[in-house]
Design a protein around this ligand. Structure first.
Ligand SMILES: C[S@@+](CC[C@H](N)C(=O)[O-])C[C@H]1O[C@@H](n2cnc3c(N)ncnc32)[C@H](O)[C@@H]1O
Length: 256
């Protein structure tokens, strides 16, 4: 099957990894300084201590779990698939990772004191999935826990940045021609031919993106048992180290 069609991030990632197209589990493999800023900002906000059980849902390259490990009593990262868990465990021996879905966390009720879910909510395929994930955070949190849900887009970024979402190869090519020009279009035709006659695989993902205004996000979270404490624009950093407010994303702090 040269063109693989999926409708969620976890399957898209798994298939790309199998096709050896993906080598780095970091959310921003080309921008480690952004991940470092994001992690530092989260740790400053949640202040993990030696009393805490910290859970990082959608832990990416596990960098937050590794950084927090020195401060919190217990830290666990939730990876979206078994493949991710195994890769993280072999790369970072001793780091605690569970494979699981945010919508049904493999953790006991009222067990976590600090919960982080950064840069992940928008990958959930539907609003029902988002609600299930929010309910799960409320379930595993002990009363008074701090819950950080970061980088939630306010608008549909796929539309904003002209990114293709769908499962039609012809639709994808047409989109590339219209949005990215002839060079991108011809490059994809070349990849498609290589996929048909060789080992290359093209993964098309038709999943939508979850996005919500701060009002909507707070309302949704409240309906799932979370108590809003604060929200602020996510921070961005450029390659010169200049930090600014994100125009499209917000970070939220909740409790239960
Ligand atoms: C873009 S990375 C974010 C990494 C990290 N939190 C950060 O901010 O740098 C997205 C992560 O979410 C995970 N993920 C996606 N969908 C998930 C789901 N339904 N349940 C749990 N994890 C999920 C992926 O496995 C990946 O680790």
């Amino acid at each position: 099957m040269p063109v693989l069609r999926v409708n969620n991030y976890v399957d898209a990632y798994r298939l790309r990894a199998q096709a050896e197209d993906v080598h780095d589990l970091a959310a921003r493999p080309d921008k480690p300084f952004v991940t470092e800023l994001v992690n530092r900002q989260i740790l400053d906000a949640i202040q993990p201590s030696s009393e805490d059980f910290l859970v990082d849902i959608g832990c990416g390259d596990a960098s937050l779990v590794r950084m927090a490990g020195a401060r919190a009593l217990k830290c666990v990262g939730i990876a979206g698939s078994v493949e991710e868990k195994l890769r993280l465990e072999s790369e970072f021996p001793g780091v605690s990772i569970l494979a699981g879905q945010a919508q049904s966390l493999p953790l006991e009720s009222r067990s976590a004191t600090k919960i982080v879910c950064n840069g992940m909510m928008h990958y959930l395929p539907s609003e029902d999935d988002v609600k299930a994930a929010l309910r799960e955070m409320a379930r595993i949190a002990i009363p008074g826990a701090t819950i950080w849900i970061g980088e939630v887009p306010e608008i549909n970024e796929y539309v904003h940045y002209g990114m293709y979402r769908g499962n039609s190869m012809l639709g994808y090519l047409w989109h590339l021609l219209g949005h990215n020009g002839l060079r991108a279009f011809l490059g994809m035709i070349r990849r498609w031919i290589k996929a048909v006659f060789g080992k290359e695989r093209i993964v098309l993902n038709s999943a939508g993106m979850f996005y919500a205004s701060p009002d909507r996000m707070r309302t949704l979270a409240k309906s799932c048992g979370l108590v809003p404490k604060a929200h602020l624009r996510s921070k961005e950093i450029d390659s010169e180290g200049k930090i600014s407010d994100s125009k499209l994303r917000y970070d939220y702090v909740f409790t239960v």
